[in-house]
Design a protein around this ligand. Structure first.
Ligand code: HEM
Length: 502
């Protein structure tokens, strides 16, 4: 009897293994049947083993395939777990997907992640990056209207004041350290948290005004909030293997605790502003949110818009800034431009400082805090594979655009691994973007919604810090990537700041 049971059990295991194997590999012939090369190596779990703890990151997995096939094919077939995905190896094709043929690729892959969880992940579901179709258009239009150059010009005093506070904080921090070192990852988060708290909610986030190294509640919650959201991205990517798992595991990007915190913050800020305080005439994102409310937006809609701006206004902007400070290359040339500029530099003048702009774009190219874009085909279309061949794409197929790899490809950028802002003297950054090979902010109708806020955050801090301090690295740091968006500096960014004799 026991042997019979064991036989049954083994038979059952074998059948289960065959079913799992068939399930995982069901589409492996998908690209071959359509006449497209399938990129190798391909594991049972798809083309990105790093998603399942294979010891590599998404960007590294992409690099292996990109380096093997680029120049030979315009695109190759890959698999996001078991799902067929098209990897674009030619930047011109990326431009077609993002700009020219945008109507065939209207959604981002992240839009499909949240649709299964939007009843409880209510604020991330309101972020355009995670929205699709008409909802995306509505949210983008509503949220973006508060971030136009004119609106930022009106709110510019916030950045002037925040940068004064940044210098004051640095001054106090340096008085406590004989070695003149400030851990600059923390410094950048303090600065962006302060700027965004003021811009979005009209609050003093207490990150630069408090004691040195003291963590305010706003900073603590915001750090936990972004790190949870970013850690969950690879979980959503890996559950493409069986999307039902997202519902079963109640996967979400934002925690309930952070939702409660930001709901309260927004509700209090709205009440305070409506109570007719002397800030009623202030021009900031909160004043834009109040206008949306008058046109019918709910409190949850306002929190959603506020968190869309906070997400990258706080996290991504700080990451761009600490990479720039760490590299601090060509700082003498940059400082000369900055010191020659008007002391009371205006919004337009700051945006137009040519070398500052080139340095920021060059750093974005090299570090790529968002290293790849994942789009979805939304109506039947064709991709030109070259040599008179084309590939029919079905709606629902995802498309990977390896921005990090384009940014580091000698075919597009001479001396691609060197920091050379002057390259944009010859060919402007916008011209490289038109060619599809510089996607620091994406491109087309889904180009970064907060590009101007991001640039303002970064440029203002750089301008103020470099006009007061010389920056030196104290130790070499490694870069590493996880299965999230980009590649980041590892460890404490201990930089030495020496006051300039002016
Ligand atoms: C310097 C800092 C920033 C960088 C490097 C950056 C980069 C990017 C990139 C590469 C994309 C395209 C993603 C894709 O197509 O898959 C994007 C999209 C987006 N960014 Fe930013 N971003 C920054 C700052 C901001 C800020 C401050 C906001 C605040 C509003 C923001 C909001 C968004 C949104 C909502 C999208 C999605 C747009 C859509 O799908 O319609 N970003 N960003």
């Amino acid at each position: 009897m026991m042997w019979m049971l064991l036989d049954w059990f083994l038979g059952f295991v074998q059948v289960a293994l065959v079913i799992i194997y068939l399930y995982l590999t069901w589409y492996h012939g998908y690209w071959r049947k359509r006449g497209l090369v399938t990129a190798q190596p391909l594991t049972l779990l798809g083309s990105y083993p790093g998603l399942f703890g294979g010891g590599s990151s998404f960007i590294e997995d992409l690099s292996k395939i990109y380096d093997k096939y680029k120049g030979k094919h315009r695109a190759v077939g890959v698999f996001l777990t078991r799902e067929p995905q098209l990897l674009l190896l030619d930047a011109e094709l990326a431009h077609e997907v993002l700009v020219k043929n945008f109507n065939d690729f209207r959604d981002s892959l992240t839009s499909s992640y949240v649709s299964s969880t939007e009843d409880y992940d209510i604020y991330v579901a309101r972020n355009p990056f995670f929205s699709k179709g008409e909802q995306w258009k509505k949210r983008r239009t509503e949220g973006g209207a508060g971030l136009t150059p004119n609106k930022l010009k009106q709110a510019y005093a916030i950045w002037e004041q925040t940068s004064n506070m940044l210098l004051d904080y640095m001054d106090r921090a340096l008085k406590e350290r004989e070695d003149q070192i400030i851990e600059s990852r923390d410094l950048c988060y303090r600065y962006t948290a302060q700027a965004m708290g003021d811009f979005i909610w009209g609050i003093d986030a207490g990150t630069l005004s408090g004691r040195v190294n003291e963590l305010s509640q706003f900073q603590q919650v915001s750090m936990d909030w972004v790190s949870t959201a970013f850690q969950n991205l690879p979980r959503f990517n890996s559950t493409a293997v069986a999307p039902i798992l997202r519902k079963l595991l109640s996967l979400r990007f934002f925690s309930q605790a952070s939702n409660t915190f930001y709901l309260r913050l927004t509700s209090d800020a709205v009440k305070l502003r409506q109570s007719g305080s002397n800030l009623a005439e202030r021009h900031d994102y909160l004043s834009h949110l109040l206008q949306l409310q008058e046109r019918g937006a709910s409190l949850n809609d306002l929190v959603g818009h506020a968190l869309t701006v906070l997400m990258d206004g706080f996290e991504t902007s700080a990451a761009v800034l600490f990479h720039l400070l760490y590299t601090a290359k060509q700082q003498e040339k940059l400082r000369a431009e900055i010191l020659a500029a008007d002391k009371n530099i205006s919004y337009e003048q700051l945006a137009a400082l040519p070398y500052l702009d080139q340095c920021v774009y060059e750093s974005l190219r090299l570090t790529s805090v968002i290293g790849f874009l994942l789009k979805i085909c939304t109506r039947p279309t064709k991709i030109d594979l070259g040599n008179g061949r084309s590939l029919s794409l079905e709606p629902g197929t995802s498309v990977a655009i390896p921005a990090y790899q384009y940014h580091h490809d000698e075919a597009y950028f001479e001396s691609a691994h060197e920091f050379k802002p002057e390259r944009f003297d010859i060919t402007s950054s916008s011209e490289f973007t038109k060619r599809g090979c510089l996607l620091a902010f994406g491109d087309g109708p889904r180009i970064c919604l907060g590009m101007r806020v991001g640039l303002l955050n970064v440029k203002m801090a750089l301008l103020r810090i470099l006009s007061e301090y010389k920056i030196e690295q104290t130790k070499k740091l490694e870069y590493s990537a996880d299965s999230g968006f980009g590649r980041y500096l590892n460890g404490d960014i201990d930089l030495k700041y020496t006051k300039l004799n002016k």
